[in-house]
Design a protein around this ligand. Structure first.
Ligand SMILES: [Zn+2]
Length: 59
């Protein structure tokens, strides 16, 4: 299994110009907004991946 997860878009500005940060370990930096961020895998969800919304708006 690969520990690396490459983001496709910057979560802050949405730009695609992402580069791996020198700190490594899932760290990326955005060349567009100069932000550095890190991805972390938290684990698999205990529940099933599929979940149907009730559709209630709660109004
Ligand atoms: Zn960005």
């Amino acid at each position: 299994m690969s520990e690396r997860a490459a983001p496709f878009y910057c979560p802050y500005c949405g730009d695609e110009d992402l580069r791996p940060n020198e700190t490594g370990h899932g760290a990326w930096e955005c060349a567009a907004c100069n932000r550095a961020f890190q991805l972390k895998f938290l684990g698999l969800l205990a529940r099933g991946a599929r979940r149907t919304d009730g559709g209630g708006d709660g109004t």
